[in-house]
Design a protein around this ligand. Sequence first.
Ligand SMILES: [Zn+2]
Length: 392
Amino acid sequence: MTDKKSIGLSIFKKLLFPGAALTRSELVKLHNIRPATLFAIVDELKDDGIIIEPERKGFKTGRKASPLKLNPDFGYFIGIELHTSYCSGVIIDTEGNVCVSVSIKSEAGKDEKRCLSEITEVMEKLKADSGGAVWAKTKTAGFADPGLVNGRDGISVKAVNIKGWSNLKTREWFANSFAKSCMLVPSNSARTYIEYKQFNNPPESLFHIELDQGIGAGFIKDEKLFSGDSFCGMEIGHISIMPDGPLCQCGNRGCLEAVVGEEGIRKKISEFKSSRVETKLNPDSFSLEEFIKCVNQNDKAASLIAYEISEKIGLALVPVAALLNPSVILMSGRLTGLDKILLPAVKRVLTLNCMPRAVNSLIVKVSTLDRQATTMGAALLARDQFFLSGSV
Ligand SMILES: [Zn+2]
């Protein structure tokens, strides 16, 4: 039994990456036990409907070994993301393919009651759109929370942007409302997880920074996400980079988010306007998309702001490289539209300010995933926890 559990786990670990496949001969190389014993376990996992071996049809001479895969129809997994401006949901099969996805736009200034009713609406749409057979096979859900999360007890600790979203027993509410178990994670961790899952050869550690309206981060080391012992880790948005800088919503001055987040950029535009620097940007009708467009059109004020915030982002990443020494720093969010300025600036600041050994082989890159990938990340986390926690 122990053999079946541990070998099952090692197979799942390999197969839970997109496009992954494992042949019987590769499996034999990974384990120091008799092939016959190993194949008996593989056959049991096939009989249980967990894995499939689609191309193994008889034993043709000279034919390459057929790969083992997860059975897509073994079970389905739900991902939910609550964001200040939308709520979205997805159902994936065991292989990670999207079966259904739903997204609803939120009105500005939503409170906790409105958020709970949005989640209910998304869950009902997922149920209706997926059909009875798929819904009946949904095993568990991942919930990407917009704020700090006590994942151990399933509690939403606090989201500063949503009124009333604090100290909520979200996991319990989810189970009572939908009769589904739910894994609660900060949305930045869900995003970090899906970014990590994009690698064919996953790095030992990855630090992900989201550069958008707000600034957040996540860290994964040896396949495990870390968000601190009191759930406040990876708050890179609240590292002070300018002690006399603008006031942040957390109460401190000069936090990265207050300087390079949407509000920080808006303030900078106002400063340029009042100094009569020519610019197409208007602080009253401003969006990050508009800002990036102006940078690409060589608008002077927009370009100066872009260089300044890229430098500041690099400075905030210096302590990350010094303390965590990650293999990869990955940037996501709408501000990565500045990648031509951002990437070289961040690399330069890191090289100038870090120990050479910390950055010589560091990979710094920009995400290729879209904004809704976080919802998928939540579903993948739920799926992987289901397989790797020994419940299969
Ligand atoms: Zn702050």
